[in-house]
Design a protein around this ligand. Structure first.
Ligand code: ADP
Ligand code: MG
Length: 245
């Protein structure tokens, strides 16, 4: 369960989140959409405790994330896989070392178990045998998949994806979308997928939350958003800039 209550966050007078509220049940997959700069990444960083709110509450598994000590926060992060926007791989480490790093930091696995988990995670994203490659040798789509392998390697209860398909071609987008659905279905992981690509939204989730002007402008199903008459929502999903909002 993830619950966000009255979340406010500003940066030097730039009011980014102005009272955000929603709850996500265990096993749900929810897409968070909104224009570039609407605060989607800032919101995700509050859920995994990287940012602290000006006011409000973030609950994960009945724990108030924004007040936890560093050690207790690490316990939550050990259950939370993050797939970052730009892949966020360390360029000087191999694929295997990149995945192993998360496992060594967040789990108590023995060295041979770490190596096994690295291999099985790469198999899960169809990149078996790539552990010794360097990130510079990978295509954009492969980097995203290594980022996903690193996130699932810890066997998380929660998966947070930040723009997992941005900048990818349609074929690679489809591959990533299928992976997101696969992990969701097999392990009933609670997932949040931040994206501004409507194709990814409809492929991976049945519930959509839209951020607009610092608040939740829409929270409902794919069917409901298709029939929603709110101008900001319509403008976003049709990409029509002539609609006023
Ligand atoms: N660490 C930060 N310091 C100052 N401003 C920030 C920081 N992180 C995000 N912002 C600002 O917050 C706003 C929302 O950013 P972000 O959450 O990245 O948007 P997006 O919806 O595109 O992910 C932007 O105006 C951005 O410049
Ligand atoms: Mg972002």
């Amino acid at each position: 369960m993830i619950k966000v209550r009255d979340l406010y966050k500003s940066f030097d007078g730039n009011k980014v989140l102005k009272g955000v509220n929603f709850s996500i049940e265990t096993g749900e997959a929810v897409a968070i959409i909104g224009k570039s700069g609407s605060g989607k990444s800032v919101l995700l960083k509050h859920i995994n405790g990287l940012l602290k709110p000006d006011s409000g509450e973030i609950w994960v598994d009945n724990k108030l994330v924004n007040t936890l000590s560093f050690r207790k926060l690490q316990n939550i992060r050990a259950k939370m896989g993050m797939v970052f926007q730009a892949g966020a791989l360390f360029d000087s480490l191999t694929v295997g070392e990149n995945i192993g790093l998360a496992l060594r930091r967040l789990t108590k696995l023995r060295e041979n178990e770490v190596l096994e988990r690295v291999q099985s995670s790469l198999i899960d994203v169809d990149l078996q045998g790539t552990e010794n490659l360097m990130p510079a040798e990978l295509s954009g789509g492969m980097k995203k998949r290594v980022g996903i392998a690193r996130a699932i390697a810890i066997k998380p209860d929660f998966l947070l994806y930040d723009e997992p398909t941005t900048g990818l071609d349609p074929v690679m987008t489809d591959i990533i979308n299928r992976l997101i659905v696969k992990f969701q279905k097999i392990n009933s992981i609670t997932s949040i997928i931040v994206t501004h690509e409507m194709r990814t939204v409809f492929d991976v989730s049945n519930r959509i939350i839209m951020l607009h002007n610092g608040k939740v402008q829409f929270d409902g199903t794919s069917e409901e958003i298709k029939n929603c008459n709110d101008l900001a929502v319509r403008q976003f999903i049709t990409g029509d800039s002539s609609l006023v909002c």
